[in-house]
Design a protein around this ligand. Sequence first.
Ligand SMILES: Cc1cc2nc3c(=O)[nH]c(=O)nc-3n(C[C@H](O)[C@H](O)[C@H](O)COP(=O)(O)O)c2cc1C
Ligand code: SF4
Length: 403
Amino acid sequence: MHNDIVNTIHESSLLFSNYEAGSGIKKALEMGRDDILFELKASKLKGRGGAGFPTSTKWMLVAAATGADKFIICNADEGEPGTFKDRVLLMNAPFLILDGMVVGGYTVGAAHGYIYLRGEYVYMRQFLEDCLNEMREKNLLGNNICGKEGFNFDISIVMGAGAYVCGEETALIESLEGQRGEPRNRPPYPVNTGLCGAPTTVNNVETLAAVPHIILMGGEKYAERGTSASSGSKLFSISGDCEKPGVYELNWGITINELLAKVGAYNTKAVQVGGASGICIPKSKFDRKLAYEDVATGGSIMIFNESRKMLHVLKNFMEFFVEESCGQCTPCRIGNQKLLEGVEMIEKNQYTFAHINNLKELGETMKVASKCGLGQSSPNPFLSILEDFKEEIFHAKSDGVYK
Ligand SMILES: Cc1cc2nc3c(=O)[nH]c(=O)nc-3n(C[C@H](O)[C@H](O)[C@H](O)COP(=O)(O)O)c2cc1C
Ligand code: SF4
């Protein structure tokens, strides 16, 4: 195991438990494609990159798509503010992820996989290359893997281009192809028309790491963890005002209150769940559950105590989105600027409620009119922080009321 600078607390103890490299691949090759998809479906595994799309469905669609070449991509761009769990997983459990890619490659019929690695993670590149070489020596990569006639598969690492939007799967594919990392129109979806026009599955690091365990323990057993709609364990990146920040592996369904107690957080005023593009939960709602059916998250948890000013938090997020919008579509390019201007007007006490109410409508419009997930989710903190912290943020005004 590699030491990382963050705490890793494995209460659910699945992803970081002992795993014999290659064992998931060997079992999967004995099972065959249909059984792998059956177990994945039974596991109810949903994508850990944030959107929560069922992994079995995605792999089934790529397996069923027509195309001579198919690809599997490990999304290791990890650009969401407050997220660092993939980094810890890559350094501590690399073979789990790489084996997950091999199993994925076999299941969908791909001969090549790519790891799209966040630019700042360049320091781990050699370590991952060494892991890949070790796998080649053991015939866990290469031709006729583990004696399976005709199953040829290898993995390359490509460094990310350094923009948040490059984590969005179609922008990532553009970037992998050597173009500017800008999102594509969808449909067509990558499962049919992905990398170089070929059927492609893009999966988060943590999603892939769950696969070998599901293969070894069986889908039903995996689904016993968590809740009925959110199966398995989840990695949470915990940062902010608490005594024990770090990466926590916990079962889905834990309440925010329970989580705060575990990480030693006191006098907590707000918890931002899901990164900058997530939602901000006030103290009165700390009994909500972290689960797809309640507060869904890719795993970023930022804790703010009573000393923090929520308008300042919001300004920080909106500056990030203005900086990171790729500028392709108007709702996101202009909308984020307008929302930031609104925050600055509140800061200077130069706002009117009529204007703020218009900005809230603009935020709702951005959610439906933006081309990709960045603009569709960037109004989330604006809408949730203004709503739940209005007493702190606004002063009495004569021009109207906050609606
Ligand atoms: C702006 C933006 C950034 C994203 N960044 C990441 C990322 O860094 N890592 C990731 O796995 N998914 C990211 N996603 C989600 C991906 O588009 C995609 O849904 C995910 O990689 C699919 O994998 P999964 O099904 O395993 O979750 C991002 C989405 C958006 C809109
Ligand atoms: S929503 Fe934003 S990031 Fe996405 S395509 Fe439009 S401008 Fe680019």
